[in-house]
Ligand binder design. Structure first.
Ligand code: ADP
Ligand code: MG
Length: 735
């Protein structure tokens, strides 16, 4: 108690002295001048008072006024000034990894400190923070995990939930594991109200007490009223823009790359310096436009144009490039998705080109299918995009659509809660010891469709995470601590139980990072045949991934990883990310007592292809399609009789026939047709033993099997006999 108190007091004094020294240095003074020029500064005192007096405050202001970088600092600095700097502990969430890192770096620079001192960041797999870190920028996923294990957020004095209007990420389906929905969960657990930016104060002794009394779990019927109460009590702050008015040009209705190219040429011929930020719908568009630009006489000239890209699936290191300044007389052009819309500041941007569309994940609850289609953005997004121009100089924004189209945009984007399947979220809600998921979710500010919730609950029951009464099973408890999609978590656990851990670890890590197989437009065929070389008639994209990864590890040992990636059209960064994620999952499963220290034992059955196939099936079920052979063609039918097609980069799209009756797949996405991504061929027996209950009435369910998983784990022989049984069944079915 009091010794700790003294240590913290001494540290607080040191913090105060160090800040004063910095603020009196020439650089520190310049920085302070800049910070004082931001619109938020004139309201600093009013803000601090509002924070002291209210449990929750909501702050809204135009892009660039200083919400993200200044507000947390105001609190930190006022605590430091009052000699209590070391006592505060602030968390500020960002919707994306790259923004958490960039903002943390910026704020430490403003304080004249190296990153990882007072100011740090933490995102999945990466972080920089030390024992003195008092202001932590992290992704929503990080805080959500912490919240699950520590409902009271012990030791945290302030929480900022930034970019709340986004309500989750929207970088496509592949990135779901980084955690979203934080705001909604916070909201629904009765902690906090959320809106644009939010400050929650327990810093002061007085309010801290009332806060603690308010903290006990809010039951579902209280939640709505709590939110209403908070809304009426909270203080809304609003700022005018710092960004100078950007000149808007509206285009006639003829969007196409040629129009974008023409606009870019027009900008490049201008006298005014300044970088260009182009908003496109997704990776396909970005890479196609890049290819087209590279062939252009003016835009493709590297002595005149520095062309960069920014997309969620790029490695962090690549994303950092967008912050580089271009050499003089070279025009920087950044091709980006709506990722660059709000949370990332590229300082030298003067021109914005807005194509008016974004690829948005939506969810078709009736068909239980996620969809990924380009659609018009909202008016709020269009304004944000315009606001990205002219942070330093007056900006210009080219909207590539007519004004009347803009006027027809919806005002705001739907929150992600209403746009995605809720499997992960429902599992997490359940692990917060909530009784009825549906009741809980119906109290959200914007409640999701009951059908969506029912689908998710049905799914969790089917994979055995919830029992008939919606209680968490042992498997469900395990799944809720694994930072992956529940079905991938289940695959991991099954891989551990059945002693084929290594390949499954690679597959799950690959599926939760992104596909390491590159598919450059101009070399599609070469790239596909490279991928096919890893497939060796396995009829499996997942096995191809395992082989590619193992090959990379070997090449790395021999020092030829670079050539290996080049030759095989693999992304070294992605493989590296998969490698780190593998380590993390391995660690978590060891902690949970599911894998041994002895890698040979964990992999006793890894060579057994049919077992690995069956475990893949156990995780991806009910993502399953039957292979229907016709005379010259094949088609694929899901269990609900829907027709699906294969992605062109699946190895299975390359074979005229597939000698398996079923394909299991991780995801189906509606992109025009319904497409399935990575798939693996499996025999009937995998499905019967490792899939859920089938319409055939065969009920050798995995539920029962998982009840016994401890036994399997204790006695590897049992797993062996299970495999034998399965092989016999295989033979039987073939007769
Ligand atoms: P908001 O969150 O309100 O949109 P920020 O706090 O992110 O605004 O930014 C406030 C101001 O700080 C911006 O207008 C910009 O001029 C400056 N700024 C932000 N990030 C950086 C950076 N990485 N480098 C230089 N200046 C920055
Ligand atoms: Mg911000």
């Amino acid at each position: 108690g009091s010794v700790m108190e003294k240590v913290l007091q001494r540290r607080s004094m040191r913090m105060r002295n160090m800040q004063r020294v910095w603020q009196e240095s020439p650089e520190g003074r310049t920085m302070l001048e800049f910070r004082k020029s931001l619109p938020s500064f004139k309201d600093k005192e009013r803000l601090l008072q509002a924070i002291a007096r209210n449990q929750v405050i909501v702050v809204s202001g135009e892009t660039g006024c200083g919400k993200t970088t200044q507000l947390p600092q105001y609190i930190l600095e006022s605590e430091i000034e009052s000699g209590r700097g070391a006592f505060c502990n602030i968390i500020c969430t960002q919707p994306r990894r790259i923004s958490a890192m960039a903002v943390a770096e910026r704020v430490s620079a403003e304080r004249g400190e190296p990153l990882g001192e007072t100011v740090g960041f933490k995102v999945r797999l990466e972080g920089m923070r030390g024992k003195n870190t008092q202001l932590l920028f992290c992704t929503s996923g990080i805080l959500l995990r912490r919240l699950l294990s520590d409902r009271n957020l012990n030791g945290i004095t302030h929480v900022f939930v930034d970019e709340i209007h986004e309500r989750g990420m929207n970088e496509g389906i592949h990135t779901s594991s980084e955690g979203t929905f934080l705001e909604d969960v916070l909201e629904m657990t009765g902690y906090k109200l959320t809106s644009f930016n939010q400050v929650d104060d327990y810093g002061q002794e007085k309010t801290w007490k009332t806060q603690k009394q308010l903290m006990p779990r809010k039951r579902k019927n209280q939640i709505t009223s709590l939110v209403e109460e908070a809304l009426s009590k909270s203080t809304f702050e609003s700022y005018s823009s710092r960004t100078r008015d950007s000149l808007s040009s509206w285009m006639p209705d003829c969007v196409g790359f040629n129009l974008i190219e023409a606009v870019l040429c027009h900008i490049c011929r201008k006298e005014r310096p300044g970088a260009v930020l182009v908003f496109l719908t997704g990776w396909d568009d970005i890479s196609s436009l890049r290819d087209q630009i590279k062939a252009h006489p003016l835009l493709g000239d590297p002595n005149r144009v520095l062309l960069l890209m920014c997309h969620g699936s790029m490695a962090t290191a690549e994303q950092w490039l967008i912050f580089e300044r271009a050499p003089p007389n070279i025009r920087k052009i950044v091709l980006a998705t709506n990722m660059a819309e709000a949370s990332i500041t590229i300082n030298d941007v003067v021109f914005v080109v807005d194509c008016g569309k974004a690829k948005e994940t939506t969810y078709d609850a009736l068909n239980n299918t996620p969809c990924l289609l380009p659609s018009w953005i909202s008016q709020a997004s269009a304004r944000q995009r315009r606001g990205r121009a002219g942070r330093l100089l007056p900006g210009e924004c080219y909207h590539l659509y007519p004004k009347c189209v803009y006027e027809a945009f919806s005002e705001y984007q739907l929150p992600e809660l209403l746009r995605t399947p809720l499997n992960s979220l429902c599992l997490q809600i359940k692990s917060l010891q909530v009784e009825s998921i549906a009741g809980f979710l119906s109290a959200a500010l914007q409640a999701p469709e009951p059908l969506t919730v029912q689908n998710a609950i049905g799914f969790l029951k089917m994979i055995g995470a919830l029992d008939e009464k919606e209680n968490l099973t042992d498997l469900g408890k395990l799944l809720s601590i694994l930072p992956v999609d529940p079905k991938l978590g289940k695959m991991l656990i099954m891989g551990a139980i059945f002693h084929c851990f290594d390949p499954i670890l690679t597959i799950v890590s690959g599926l939760s990072v992104r596909d390491p197989f590159l598919l450059p437009q101009e070399k599609k065929d070469l790239a596909l045949s490279a991928k096919l070389r890893f497939s060796a008639k396995d009829y499996s994209d997942h096995m191809a991934l395992v082989r590619a990864f193992e090959g990379w590890k070997n090449a790395e040992r021999e020092g030829s990883a670079y050539e290996y990636c080049w030759r095989n059209f693999l992304s070294a960064q992605t493989l590296q990310a998969i490698h780190s994620l593998r380590k993390q999952f391995n660690y978590i499963l060891k902690e949970a007592g599911l894998v041994h220290d002895d890698s040979a034992l964990n992999n006793k059955l890894s060579h057994n292809q049919s077992l690995v196939r069956a475990v893949i099936c156990s995780g991806l079920f009910p993502g399953i399609a039957s292979v229907v052979h016709r005379e010259t063609s094949m088609s694929f039918k899901t269990m609900d009789d829907g027709q699906v097609s294969l992605y062109a980069n699946s190895v299975n799209s390359r074979f005229p026939t597939i000698p398996y009756p079923w394909l299991v797949f991780g995801e189906k996405v509606k992109v025009n047709a319904v497409l399935i991504r990575d798939s693996t061929g499996v025999p009937d027996s995998s499905l019967i033993l490792f899939g859920g209950a089938l319409s055939t009435g065969v009920q050798v369910g995995h539920l029962k099997m998982l009840d016994g998983y401890i036994d399997f784990f204790m006695d590897p022989n049992l797993a062996d006999s299970y495999v034998k049984l399965k092989e016999e069944l295989d033979k039987l079915l073939q007769k």
